[in-house]
Design a protein around this ligand. Structure first.
Ligand SMILES: [Zn+2]
Length: 314
């Protein structure tokens, strides 16, 4: 399957790269020693599907097993011709990345490594009954990872970078010597990352973007969508985009809006109805960050989708 082209979002002035050449269920070498298999779980939050990466030859690290899908698991195991899975790595515990963990572990007996418990409230603060379904609350890794850890095999090494914001347990993995980073759902080329409180946190998300901006990577492989070349440029565009969105939300409050449902249609033009709850949560994330800095007040804390917001009088 192949799609191509850039879709410009006029409201945000961000150019998304929707170019991605792939076939479901086929492992393709996307960089030296890096293979990618795209799972067939496309959707408004997963783009074409979840990317599973195989790092190295011989001893192979699997980054994000993906959804619990027979064909996808078969594709992973078929790609490993005489090789061994040495690590199962999890960027974050959302179901589109972790549902295949149990079966892949049963097949390989490899340890599952992830950040583990963050001690923070998980899920989205939403009235939607499906709002919490994407977090894998029962997930427990065999070994926990922390920022600064390094994982090694004979022909590869991955540095662990904790990047909370989309999820509190989100990790990126940097492939040593190749200036290549597996960015999970923290940075994706096809769309902006969902930051939905309390699972998502805007100040953490921006700090995590700044951390990657300080690095010198030349290539990102995201959890969804194609490779990101010139990632520093993409990160800068995302930082500017969030600042613009915050200014637009602040302007709504200045003009007398007090509630998120008033603000959403002014910020997002031509929004797909399926994405409305996510848009409302994204506005909430920005408002939380404004409240944190004392620029906006909210009578109800923690703030919720139906809370009233205002600018404090000087
Ligand atoms: Zn995802």
């Amino acid at each position: 399957m192949s799609t191509s082209g850039y879709a410009a979002n006029s409201a945000s002035r961000l150019a998304f790269n929707s170019e991605m050449n792939f076939d479901y269920g086929v492992a393709v070498e996307v960089a030296p020693g890096v293979r990618r298999i795209v799972a067939n779980n496309p959707g408004p939050f997963t783009f074409k599907g979840t990317n599973t990466y195989l790092v190295g030859r011989g001893d192979v690290a699997v980054i994000d097993p993906g959804p619990d899908d027979e064909t996808h698991l078969d594709a992973i195991t078929a790609a490993l011709d005489g090789e061994r899975i040495s690590h199962i790595l999890i960027t974050h515990t959302h179901r589109d990345h972790t549902d295949a963990v149990a079966r892949l572990k049963a097949y390989s007996n490899a340890p599952v490594l992830a950040f583990g418990d963050t001690g923070k409230e998980r899920g989205a603060r939403t009235t939607s009954p499906s709002g919490k379904a994407f977090v894998d609350l029962d997930f427990t890794p065999d070994e926990t990872l922390r920022d600064g850890d390094t994982l090694e095999a004979a022909d590869w090494a991955l540095d662990v970078i904790h990047t909370p914001g989309h999820a509190p347990d989100h990790l990126c993995f940097a492939l040593r010597g190749q200036r290549t980073l597996f960015s999970g759902d923290h940075v994706m080329g096809w769309n902006t990352t969902v930051v939905a409180p309390p699972e998502g946190n805007m100040s953490e998300y921006l700090a995590s973007l700044e951390r990657l901006a300080e690095r010198r990577d030349k290539l990102f492989f995201p959890g969804h969508g194609g490779r990101i070349e010139m990632p520093q440029r993409v990160i800068r565009a995302y930082l500017i985009h969030r600042k613009m969105r915050e200014s637009a939300i602040y302007a709504c409050l200045k003009n007398g809006d007090r509630f998120i449902p008033q603000i959403v249609p002014k910020i997002y033009s031509r929004l797909h109805s399926k994405l409305e709850p996510a848009a409302a949560l994204s506005v909430l994330a920005h408002l939380e960050y404004l409240v944190e800095r004392g620029l906006v007040q909210c009578e109800e804390l923690p703030a919720a989708i139906h809370s009233a917001f205002s600018i404090p009088r000087p």
